[in-house]
Ligand binder design. Structure first.
Ligand SMILES: NC(=O)c1ccc[n+]([C@@H]2O[C@H](COP(=O)([O-])OP(=O)(O)OC[C@H]3O[C@@H](n4cnc5c(N)ncnc54)[C@H](OP(=O)(O)O)[C@@H]3O)[C@@H](O)[C@H]2O)c1
Length: 268
C-alpha cells in the first residue's frame, strides 16, 4: 500500500529506535516530523532526508507538546501516525529508592505519553481517524529488580494503551502498544547486567516497522521468543515467580546474581 502523502510524528527520534523508525517511515513514503529535546541532533538526522522535519520538544511540557503538534499539522498536514518513544532509564533498587528518580521517569515515560495523546486527540477526533503507537517495554510486564521506576512507568503505559485502545476505537482512532525486549541503543549502553536476546538496532527497527505497517496487531512485541518466555513468567504462581526474581536481584555492587554466576562460569 502506498504511504505517499501520509504524515507521521515520531517522538524520541534524536537517537536509537525512534531515529531508526523515522528513517524507515520516510523510506516507506511518509513525511515524518521528528521530535526530542536535542534540536541539533534532530537537524543532523533531518539534514540528508527531505522527508524528515525537525520539531524539538520536551514531552514533560503539556502545553509545549500541544503547540508542537499544531505546528507539525500546520506545516505537514494532518498526522496519520504518532509514535511515542521518549524515555529515560536509570537502574534503581530498594536500597536507593529516591522519589525524585521516580518523578523524573514518570514525568517523561508515562506523563509524556499522556501529554502526547492529549495533544493529538482533538484533531484525530475531528477527523475520526489516526493511529497512536506507544512504545512501552517488556520491562512493564511485571516487577523486575532494579527496574522500580522504569518498570512501573512502562507498566502504567501498557495499562494506558489498553484503556485508550478501547476508549478511542469509537472515534476511529487506533491505539497500539509496542513492547521491545533489549535493543542496543544509548539507553542500554550503560547497563552492566546480562541482557538476554538483545537485538541490534537495525533488526529491532525492522521488526517494529513490520509490526506497525504490515500487521494490525494491537501489541507489537519482539523478539518473540523472549516475549513469550516473559509472558509465561507472568503466569507463574508468586512463590515460583519470586524464586526466579531473586536470581536477578542485583547485589550491592549493582551486578545481578545471574550475571555474576555467568561471569564465574566463564572464568572471567
Ligand atoms: N533499548 C532498549 O533495550 C529498549 C527496550 C524496551 C523499550 N525501549 C523503549 O524504546 C524507546 C526508545 O528507546 P531507545 O532505546 O531508542 O533509547 P534512546 O536512544 O535513549 O532514545 C530515547 C529518546 O527519548 C528522547 N527523550 C528523552 N527525554 C525526553 C523528553 N523529556 N522529551 C522529549 N524527548 C525525550 C531522547 O532524546 P533527547 O535526549 O534529545 O530528548 C531520545 O530521542 C523508549 O521508550 C524505551 O523505553 C527500549
Amino acid at each position: 500500500m502506498s504511504n505517499s502523502n501520509k504524515v507521521a510524528w515520531v517522538i524520541g527520534a534524536s537517537s536509537g529506535i525512534g531515529a531508526g523508525l523515522a528513517n524507515r517511515l520516510a523510506k516507506r513514503g511518509y513525511e515524518v516530523a521528528i521530535s526530542a529535546r536535542r534540536q541539533e541532533r534532530l537537524e543532523e538526522i533531518a539534514h540528508n532526508n527531505n522527508r524528515l522535519h525537525a520539531f524539538a520538544l520536551d514531552v514533560s511540557d503539556a502545553a509545549g507538546t500541544k503547540a508542537v503538534f499544531e505546528a507539525v499539522e500546520k506545516e505537514l498536514g494532518p498526522v496519520d501516525l504518532v509514535v511515542f518513544g521518549a524515555a529515560n532509564w536509570q537502574p534503581n533498587t530498594v536500597a536507593e529508592y529516591d522519589p525524585e528518580a521516580f518523578r523524573n521517569v514518570f514525568t517523561v515515560n508515562f506523563l509524556g505519553a499522556v501529554n502526547t495523546v492529549a495533544a493529538v486527540l482533538p484533531s484525530m477526533k475531528a477527523r475520526r481517524s489516526g493511529e497512536i503507537a506507544l512504545i512501552a517495554s517488556v520491562a512493564g510486564y511485571f516487577g523486575i529488580p532494579a527496574s522500580g521506576a522504569y518498570g512501573a512507568a512502562k507498566a502504567s503505559l501498557i495499562h494506558f494503551a489498553e484503556t485508550a485502545h478501547t476508549e478511542l476505537e469509537p472515534y476511529g482512532i487506533r491505539v497500539r502498544l509496542v513492547n521491545p525486549g533489549f535493543v542496543k541503543t544509548d539507553l542500554t549502553a550503560k547497563n552492566d547486567f546480562p541482557m538476554p536476546f538483545i537485538l541490534e538496532l537495525d533488526d529491532a527497527v525492522d521488526r517494529l516497522v513490520r509490526g506497525l505497517l504490515d500487521t494490525d496487531k494491537f501489541e507489537v512485541a519482539f523478539p518473540r521468543r523472549f516475549v513469550w518466555l516473559l509472558k509465561l513468567v507472568k503466569l507463574l504462581p508468586y512463590p515460583l515467580f519470586f524464586a526466579g526474581m531473586r536470581r536477578v536481584l542485583p547485589s550491592s555492587d549493582g551486578k545481578s546474581k545471574e550475571g555474576q554466576k555467568e561471569k564465574g562460569e566463564d572464568g572471567r
